[in-house]
Ligand binder design. Sequence first.
Ligand SMILES: [Fe+2]
Length: 272
Amino acid sequence: MTLRETAKQKLIESSEKKRYDQNRQFMSDLLGSVRQHRLFRHDVLPAMETAQMNGEALVDMHLDFRVLTKQFTDVILMAQFLTREINHRHNEDHMPARFLINLNLLDELGFWPGHGEYLGDPDRSHFRLFEQVVDAMGVSRRGRDDRDHISSVALALLDFVEDGMNDFLTLLLYLVIAEEVALVYSPIMRRAVELYGLDVASGYYNVHGSSEDEDSDAEDDEHQNDAIMILCQYLQRADYPRARKLALEFCDGWAAFWDHQYARCAEVRLSA
Ligand SMILES: [Fe+2]
């Protein structure tokens, strides 16, 4: 059994079965509606895949995306801390949940499995890998994470998540949605960046996407499954309306982000 499987089994054993099963059903329904959201059928996807988003628009999108990538580590860290809410609320063991989040954190901070020792490099943290993509595009990052330089849609999403930084439910649902975005968008962003002329065989675009994707060493689907299992331990029925609302608000926020990037690539095309 892998260490992830052991932790998952222990999480299930720590959870009250009836509540866990009910939550499992709720989460599977919720994920079904999330996947129907227009975010995952956005016109920007074929545009990026066929090089219609190029040059300026692609660079601007990366500068926008960068602030959300930076925030993502904070989300994981806070979610890990707040697993204690499981214990406070249900008097159940929260260590399996904390352990699972740590797998995501190790990945995000630039660790990888070694033989008998930890291997890693802060420059391989996903945030730094993302910055290396921006650097390879030849644009200066100086001052580009100022609020004045980021699009209002990226800022709105950033602030929405920031406001929920102390709320376990918000953070877990954001993890689920952001991983879904990574699963659907990363392979296509990778393709757009490749068409732009950058090497995507290593670096940020190699570590994002699904574990089943042959073009990457990613495991965003595993991280998403872990977050869902933690929600299955934590949720109670009274959370369902708010959980549904939050998940769809995050989808709306990301869809607005991509609306902006799509409009931007049309704008660049017209001015060319
Ligand atoms: Fe990542």
